[in-house]
Ligand binder design. Structure first.
Ligand code: SF4
Length: 458
């Protein structure tokens, strides 16, 4: 049998997919309209193997890749639909409206563009981010697309051509110089988009320089990727799949850890034989595969899906790592869940799995000051509170110090929370208060969950 060939579909070509006619007309219209604002790309494997077409639009993978009308407020949707479907299209008016909608959607949390970009001689290093002491993020230019686009993705602006908001590096010279000058850095996270969109030869050009003897302090080379779910053939049957595995082996043989940070959103992504083979082949090289992804309304609110995902992953040799809280960009209102509900889903899923799956942490917010996990809801001294702690922080001294916020059943993000017990500030705000909602969201959030899930180190 011929190996599967990667075949993408976009707004321009999706009508050619055999499944297009299975989509009711109203949903087709939504795809055509909303994909003017948010990126849309899927592929034949996702359409053929992952979506249950008898269950659309509620099928989780359909929701994961196909734009839906409720991702825009009704008035905005109607306005855009009238322009897009007009007999004579006014392209300038469409572009103007689309731009306005995108800017309203907080296209890039500002921490990424300001706080996390390292500078040398006062010049920003393109394609690098450094937020936590031990980890540098690297964005190779050839890895800034994905095998399919997730409708919730926080890196959506780069997929719609908002170039001024794009990180990328064409080669590793600056990265290597930066790492030489920073012996505290132990981890490099190569991220995107999805670096696994690159062929093995290109990927090797970014990885092999990190194996140089003078970078012995780099112990972990991580790659953030959704390919394990959207195109597992990358590790199994692609023409250079075996070469890719040899590259992983080379990293392991050098004494470093090759860590694949696999982005999974739903158990269905790991039910396919090819996806299971991919996991086995990755871990068979001596690389590690960690599983992470955000909790997203309409897609994975069912604790049983998380439990199945983690349990299957562990059986195959992967390590459950993070359940993230969905971030404040793009169609956030469509996807977000209250933190209290997120914690309950995590707790229920955690209760369903054996100790081997309990390596997972969550629900975790990659907020401006760091990664904050919701440990639980408690009543202390008569006050109902969220118990919180940092798993990662801009200041390492903050990590693992418990702190408390007033319980708020509607809070969906860190800056909705206020300190418990009548305090004015959280302990980490002594020098600088955490910005809150009165300030535009773009100015307060750090970057993060990545495949870029959406990155665990950002
Ligand atoms: S979440 Fe990851 S795979 Fe999905 S579109 Fe964003 S970068 Fe690509």
């Amino acid at each position: 049998m011929q190996p599967a060939k990667f075949k993408p579909y976009t707004r321009q070509t999706i009508r050619q997919a055999s499944q297009w006619d299975l989509i009711p007309q109203e949903l087709q219209e939504a795809v055509q309209v909303v994909s003017h604002v948010l990126p849309f790309r899927t592929n034949e494997y996702v359409l053929d193997q992952l979506i249950d077409w008898n269950n659309i639009p509620d099928d989780p993978i359909y929701r994961l890749v196909f734009p839906h009308r409720d991702m825009l407020p009704a008035q905005e949707y109607a306005q855009l639909r009238d322009l897009v479907l007009a007999d004579t299209r006014d392209e300038a008016a469409i572009a103007q409206l689309v731009h306005g909608i995108r800017m309203r959607m907080n296209p890039h949390p500002a921490g990424q563009m300001t706080h996390n970009v390292p500078r040398v001689n006062d010049a920003p290093l393109k394609g690098l981010q450094h937020k936590y002491k031990e980890t540098v993020l690297f964005f190779p230019s050839a890895g800034q697309t994905c095998h399919a686009y997730c409708t919730f993705c926080f890196r959506w602006p780069q997929f719609v051509g908002m170039d001024d908001m794009k990180f990328d590096a064409k080669e590793t010279t600056q990265l290597v110089s930066y790492l030489r000058a920073h012996p505290d850095v132990t981890d490099v996270l190569i991220t995107g988009g999805d670096p696994m969109i690159m062929n093995t030869r290109s990927l090797a050009e970014f990885i092999e320089p990190l194996l140089a003897p003078d970078l012995a302090h780099i112990q972990n080379i991580r790659i953030g990727t959704k390919s394990v779910a959207y195109w597992p053939q990358r590790y199994v049957s692609d023409r250079d799949a075996d070469d890719l595995l040899r590259l992983f082996e080379k990293v392991v043989a050098s004494g470093k850890n090759m860590a694949i940070m696999g982005h999974y959103n739903h158990a269905v992504e790991l039910r396919q034989d090819v996806a299971q083979q991919a996991v086995k082949r990755i871990v068979g090289t001596g690389a590690t595969l960690r599983m992470q992804g955000p909790l997203i309304r309409h897609i994975n609110e069912d604790p049983r899906s998380w439990a199945e995902l983690w349990t299957t992953g562990v059986r195959l040799g992967a390590i459950p790592y993070y359940m993230f809280v969905e971030r404040d960009t793009g169609p956030r209102e469509y996807f977000q869940l209250p933190l209290a509900r997120a914690h309950e889903i995590f707790r229920q899923a955690y209760q369903m799995v054996s100790g081997l799956s309990r390596t997972v942490r969550g629900p975790s917010m990659s907020a401006f000051p760091g990664k904050v996990v919701i440990d639980g809801v408690a009543t202390i001294g008569g006050e109902k509170v969220f118990a919180l702690q940092f798993l990662q922080a801009r200041n390492p001294d903050w990590v693992r110090k418990p702190f408390y916020a007033k319980f708020d059943p509607n809070a969906t993000w860190m800056d909705d929370l206020v300190p418990a017990f009548g305090k004015e500030r959280f302990f980490f705000e002594e020098d600088e208060p955490m910005p809150r909602k009165v300030i535009p969201l773009a100015a307060v959030r750090g970057n993060s969950h990545d495949c870029a899930v959406q990155s665990n180190a950002a």
